[in-house]
Write a protein that binds this ligand. Sequence first.
Ligand code: ZN
Length: 140
Amino acid sequence: MRQRISRRVLDAIHAAAEADAGREICGVLLGEGEAITGWAQAANVAEDPATRFEIDPAALFRLLRAERAGGPRVMGYVHSHPSGDVAPSVTDAAMAAPDGRLWMIVGRGRQALWRAGPSGERHGRFDPVDLDVTEAVAPA
Ligand SMILES: [Zn+2]
């Protein structure tokens, strides 16, 4: 299982994480098929954003509504770990719905991509996904 992401999008995610390096930043991965072609940063509304993230539900709702209206697919979520450990935390595992969506975790210039266990699988299962970084992603 592989996904592609453009260098431009990945750099923007890392820049956002570095700009707020003491807190977890978060957002939504957008794209189509095997290509992540964009992202939308959202406010982290967690009570303790230094160690938790919760994507602003209003922002997520807007993106899902745009998807239904023919906009880019909501492929998954991205958040940062200020520690630089890009493995899912115990909290991440507890929060992840087994919906098959992507989870990208970034920190200190590193990134890892996971897929939250598909429907029917138990909560908290993450399968690693190979990520190819491309200079440009052609439309599917
Ligand atoms: Zn996390």
